[in-house]
Design a protein around this ligand. Structure first.
Ligand SMILES: C[S@@+](CC[C@H](N)C(=O)[O-])C[C@H]1O[C@@H](n2cnc3c(N)ncnc32)[C@H](O)[C@@H]1O
Length: 274
């Protein structure tokens, strides 16, 4: 009975609120819905569906809860130490290095990459081109502005501690951090939906972290296909530390560093033109 009502909540969210619940796994959706039910003191899925129908504010609050936009500068610093090594190798071997930060949220991931390139003497920052994409326009708007606000829950100074001298890359005015023009120059933002849009081409490295965990297994496969077609043979892929590549797609990738979840596309795979 209540499973049925949960399905009806999801159907309503998909058809009336325009959020593609079918792309996400049920346990993730259930966690978000039940957290809104607790907040609104709603005893059952049936009652919550009624609330959604009646209350536009609750529809908005649920959409906010469903958009998974948690991110940060240099999230998981140990992974960034691994990315630094990959970037050094790519920079040494290529005149230009093309990186795709896919599902980049508010831009702190691609800016971390650009900061790293500027900071590390073994990476030629003038050769680094970062494409940063996300499905969410509001996230991209913040990303393009390059302005981030410190709050009770967001400690930007701590996030930037990966760098010896973060002040070279951000200007601080009170609680706001402005990413420098030089760092922003290496990054281009575009909207891209990893499930429905076409692959890109010609990337040496794709960073796609902390999206797969929310995605239903079928869509996860098609996202990985999109990424693998976008990578050059021998190109690198970094996924989130809590994520895995399903075995059936695993054959396209070999493990470069299993702990840090860094993979390489099969060097003998066919090259796709940019
Ligand atoms: C948890 S954030 C990850 C941000 C960053 N990669 C990180 O690890 O810090 C997940 C992002 O995936 C985006 N997203 C959700 N569905 C997507 C899709 N189908 N295609 C592209 N991005 C998507 C969300 O808008 C959100 O910004």
């Amino acid at each position: 009975m209540s499973d049925d009502a949960f399905e009806r909540v999801l159907a309503y969210v998909e058809s009336e609120m325009g959020f593609a619940t079918s792309h996400y796994n049920d346990s993730y959706l259930d966690r978000r819905v039940t957290s809104r039910m607790r907040r609104t003191d709603t005893p059952s899925y049936e009652a919550y569906l009624e609330l959604l129908r009646e209350d536009p504010d609750e529809r908005e609050a649920l959409l906010g809860a469903l958009s998974i936009n948690v991110t940060g500068f240099f999230r998981n610093p140990d992974v960034w130490a691994g990315i630094r090594e990959v970037m050094r190798d790519l920079s040494a071997a290529n005149e230009s290095v093309h990186v795709w930060s896919a599902a980049c949220a508010d831009g702190r991931e691609p800016y971390s990459l650009s900061m790293l390139a500027h900071d590390d003497p073994e990476i030629d920052e003038t050769s680094v081109h970062v494409l940063a994409t996300d499905i969410s326009e509001p996230a991209l708007e913040t990303a393009r502005s390059g302005v981030y606000e410190e709050s009770r829950t967001v400690d930007l100074r701590d996030q930037l501690a990966f760098l010896d001298d973060p002040e070279r890359y951000v200007e601080r005015d009170d609680r706001r951090y402005h990413v420098s023009r030089a760092v922003r120059r290496n990054v281009t933002f575009e909207r891209h939906d990893l499930i429905n849009d076409e692959p890109r081409a010609g990337f040496d490295l794709v960073i796609c972290r902390n999206l797969f965990i929310y995605i239903d297994a079928d869509y996860k496969r098609s996202m990985l296909d999109t990424i693998s077609q976008s990578l050059l043979p021998g190109g690198y892929l970094v996924i989130g530390k809590a994520e895995t590549i399903p075995p059936e797609t695993g054959s396209e990738f070999e493990i470069h560093d299993s702990r840090l979840r860094i993979y390489r596309r099969d060097p003998d795979a066919r090259r796709r033109r940019r």
